[in-house]
Structure formats: C-alpha cells, structure tokens
Design a protein around this ligand. Structure first.
Ligand SMILES: [Zn+2]
Length: 359
C-alpha cells in the first residue's frame, strides 16, 4: 500500500458527515475481514477487528471535525514540500491508513484494532450525548489492558508520546429562587444573584497543581455557560450553570468533589472521567520506548495533555491504558492549517509495525 495515495482516497471521504463515517466503517470492516481479522461492527459504526488473543490494542477514529470556515478544499489532500494538508490528514486519517498498512504487511496474531466512529463529534443515544466509543464499551469488554491511542502527537517534524492524559468532572450547578414580578421581589428570591455568589466561591477554590517532566500545569473550575431568568421584569426563579473541572494525574478526586459541593451548595454530577498516568517502570512503556528509539533514533519525549481523547474512555470503562502516539501535528489539528509531515507519517507506520513485532 502506498501511504500517501491511500490517504488521499480516505481524506476525500467527508466523515464529518454521518454518511462518510458509514462509508469508512464499511471500507475498514471489509479491509480487516479480508486480512483474516474477526470484525464486529456495532450499530454506531464502531469497529472492533481482532486476530488471535490480543496483547496490544490500537485505537483511532473515523470522523473529523467540521471543516474550518477558511479551509480551502478540505477533502482534497494538498502537498507542499514534505507536508500534506487537508481535513483529517492528521486527525485522524493518517492513523487509519498507517494502521491498515501495518496490519496488511505484518498480519499479526495478537492485535485488536478498535476504530471509533465518532471521537470529534458526540452522538445522541437514549438521551445521552457522548462519544461513540462510550456506547461500544458499555457492551464490549476487552481483556487487553495496554495499547496505543493513535491520535496526532507530532510537533513540527518530531513525534512525541503522551503518557499521561487528564480527566474531568462535568457538572451543573442549579440555583433556585422565586419567580415573581420584579415589583414584588424580596431578598434571596433571585437565582441569578445566588449564582453570582457561587461563581465567586468556585473561582476562589484552590487550583490543581501538577508537574510532568518539568512542565507545570494548573487547573481550576470552568463555568462555561449560564442560563437564568426569563425576562427583564421577572425575578429569575432558576439559574443553571454548566461547569467542568479538568483533572490532573494524582489529584484527590473525592476531595475536589467535596470542595465543589461546599462551594456550590448543590451540584449535579453528569460525568466523571478519571485522569491516568503510565508509571515510570511500566513494562509496556519500556517496549514502546525501545521501539521508538529503534525507529526514530532518539529518546522519546513523554508529555501530558489535559485534553481527553477516547483513551480517557478506554481507561474509565475498560481499564485499558493507551499511550497516545500518532502521525500528524497536534497543534494544527482542528484548524484550517491541519497538516501531516510525510516523513513522520512513514516513521510512525514503521513504529507501529515495530511494536506489533515486539509483542
Ligand atoms: Zn482525533
């Protein structure tokens, strides 16, 4: 398989649209089937392709974000020097192509390839709006606890490894007052005023603090959306605030929850995604490090990101820890300048192949 011409073909399929996700799901179902993988496609178009008894799991996703408004011809791969540009060139279609080519070449007997239908977009199922892999992992469990989240981890021409991923507490704060005509208001009726007090308290809470390989991260509560009141001449009877608190590895989550509850009076916890971190002497991390050194001829940089990917869901629902390493530049993903370095693309494919051989 020629990586670049295959990528051109895959980028041309608009998988921001559900029809494109379906097309890719069908394409990869039959591709992995013809390589002798046992393939299961669920109702959401997530794909699980396994051969033998997997000792390593690879995860990538089929969808893309919507094209940025200033992106020129997002579905045709454009080459300039040793870079290619296009929607999904990095996030996440280069990974789909690299994985496919590696499996075609090596046909390993101990691998699970799980392709999420929707990672960059949420889907609605039974009243819950979530990433598609959440619904997949509710029904499907994997015995394999180690693997690779093939998301773009490049910076310029360098490939990094993310060995720590942040989590989050997603919650609403609801303030109730009394909805009366503004001419007959009494103190403590107004839920917006109550919300203002809670905002001050949430803002004063001590921030999380974490240092990863010399880089320091701080994390506080984000109040992302406030919804309150009905009109100018009515006292606001109810105010809702949509909040999140990103979690850093090693944080005492029960204690954070207690503090949030004390500050807000009442909070509805919507979801809790724990952070995770690979231990220094983890054997799988050592394998990955060895494969990396062999292919890239340097020591890998191990980084932390507070942004959650499907790896967070694999961790919280299946206790599978995925190191994040993949083709494409992370900082330009989700922008009009999304790009992939061609040499890095080839090297990451070699690295995946090396890892598969090592298992
Ligand atoms: Zn992605």
């Amino acid at each position: 398989m020629k990586l670049l011409s295959e990528l051109k073909k895959i980028v041309a399929i608009d998988s921001h649209e559900p029809s494109g996700v379906t097309e890719l799901a069908d394409y990869y179902s039959s591709a992995y089937q013809s390589l002798g993988f046992r393939v299961k496609k669920d109702r959401f178009n997530n794909i699980a392709a396994t051969r033998g008894k997997p000792t390593i799991l690879f995860n990538a996703h089929l969808d893309t974000v919507a094209p940025a408004h200033n992106m020129k011809s997002p579905f045709s791969l454009r080459k300039s020097g040793d870079w290619v540009y296009g929607l999904g060139a990095a996030d996440n279609k280069a990974a789909l192509v690299a994985l496919h080519s590696v499996m075609e070449k090596t046909v390993p007997d101990n691998v699970a390839v799980v392709l999420s239908a929707n990672e960059d977009n949420r889907i609605l199922h039974k009243g819950q709006r979530r990433r598609s892999i959440y619904f997949h992992l509710q029904k499907n469990k994997y015995a394999v606890k180690r693997g690779i989240n093939c998301e773009p981890s490049g910076a310029g021409r360098t490939t990094n490894i993310y060995d720590a991923i942040g989590g989050k507490l997603i919650f609403d704060v609801v303030l109730n007052g009394k909805s009366v005509h503004s001419s007959s208001q009494k103190p403590h009726d107004n839920s917006i005023v109550k919300a203002a007090n809670v905002i001050k308290k949430l803002d004063k809470l001590s921030r999380g603090n974490y240092t990863h390989h010399g880089k320091r991260f701080r994390m506080g509560v984000n109040i992302g959306l406030i919804n309150g009141g009905t009109s100018r001449n009515t006292v606001a009877g109810r105010t809702t605030m949509a909040c999140e608190r990103r979690l850093l590895p090693g944080e005492d989550v029960p204690s954070i929850k207690r503090k949030l509850l004390r500050a807000s009076g009442k909070m509805n916890l919507i979801d809790e995604i724990p952070p995770f971190l690979y231990g220094k002497s983890d054997a799988f991390k050592q394998n990955v490090s060895d494969a990396y050194k062999k292919v890239f001829r340097r020591q890998p940089a191990f980084l932390f990101t507070p942004v959650s990917t499907d790896s967070s869901i694999f961790w919280s629902m299946n206790k599978t820890k995925l190191l994040m390493i993949g083709p494409g530049e992370l900082s330009t993903a989700h922008t009009a300048g999304e790009r992939l370095n061609i040499n890095q693309f080839n090297d990451v494919a070699k690295f995946y192949s090396e890892l598969v051989k090592q298992q």
